[in-house]
Design a binder for this molecule. Sequence first.
Ligand code: GLN
Length: 480
Amino acid sequence: MDELFDIDILEIHKRLKNKELSVKDLTLFVLENIKRREEELNAFITLRDEDDILKDAEGLDARYPDYLRSPISGIPVAIKDNISVKDMPLTCASRILLGYKAPYDATCVKKLKENNALLLGKTNLDEFAMGSTGEYSYFGATKNPLHLEYVPGGSSSGSAAAVKAGFAFYALGSDTGGSVRLPAFYTEVVGFKPTYGRISRYGLVAFASSLDQVGIIARSAKDAEVVFAHISGFDEHDSTSYPMPPYRVEESEKVNIKELTIGVPYSLIEKVKEEEIKNAVLEVIERFKNAGLTVLDIDLPHAEYAVYVYQVVATSEASSNLSRYDGVRYGLRAKAEDLMSTYFKTRGEGFGDEVKRRILLGTFALSTGYYDEYYQKAQKVRRLIKEDTDSVFRRVDGIILPVSPSFPPRLGEGIKDPISLYLLDTFTTLANLSGIPAISIPLKKRSKEGFALGFQLMTQAFREDKLFALSKFFENSLDG
Ligand code: GLN
């Protein structure tokens, strides 16, 4: 791809400032890529009109240098279509929201706009962000830019594919159980999920509210950090927003890398059957060790239950959150004789199979007689999982793990067996259940078959400084 795509956001900013580049240059670059490949990839659900995008770009250039409020000013971005952008369709890739337009901007979008980011459109996803492949979209699957016969991972399938294909310089996604990190892994880009509460959830359509976070998909950890600095911070519109000022990039610069200790749950990693995935992670750990960091073998005794606990908690919360789609308030309304049948018909016709499966599972787990057995038990194990990470972070600064135990399935292959897809989140759900930040980072080398390789890093809650310090150290010095 073009050399323009090799320069990071801070460097682009510098060139915009020096007038070596214009917003229009950046825009023409992404539009060209979109024209070339969007038809085969299907990364967008709603792409804004090309002339409108160009008009915005020219409008910014005309306001040089005043429009340059921050490093993300003028940089083209794509947004997952479960995040509200005022007056644009908000579909969540569901039939049930056809015709619905967002009445307000999500806080993260408002911040992008305040920074004069250039909004391109809304990206494809699994319906209501429930899925790991991107195939559960009413608007059709997104393809993996690296391998067209394979899935890009989900649920932020379109955001990941868009960044990989040069349709946008970065994208927003959402991560409830791994939806930013998994597609980032499968498409060879960076996927970052912050600490629960650090980016406002206001305007992000709720899936499982105690787990949902807006995340960032970017070409590098360095870029993800810059974007994070501009969309994080307390928001009074989100009751779980943490009272803390926005993150600052200077925070990671103060971290002394060589003093950090990395924890490795070797016993979990050993269980990964895909040799190349396992060996790539072990190699990354060796590189950190050779660079002088301390590496400790750690135990996360309840981590193997994370993905199961996640399914109970997430489906329970989803069954409650999705009750609002009643055919009265939003989008689709089926023709029916009375109120009850309006509910039934709208939901019957509007939701796809996977969403129905989740609502049924969640309703079951919450129902009388099963509540104690499933939901409450899952909450207890969630607590144990969190205690595991809390105790580990008394001894280590970061945990290294695989992103997923397997490579992306072929399109159409995984959805025959939903359980196999749930298991792709074996290593990601841990961070959502404990509320801690996590990032998925690609390696320069690929597997023999040409699949992307990478690893995942987690740190203690609110220690994004260490997360980015370690990630950038890897990018700059260890993956040469
Ligand atoms: N793949 C997970 C699921 O299917 C996670 C989804 C997400 O993070 N939004 O629920």
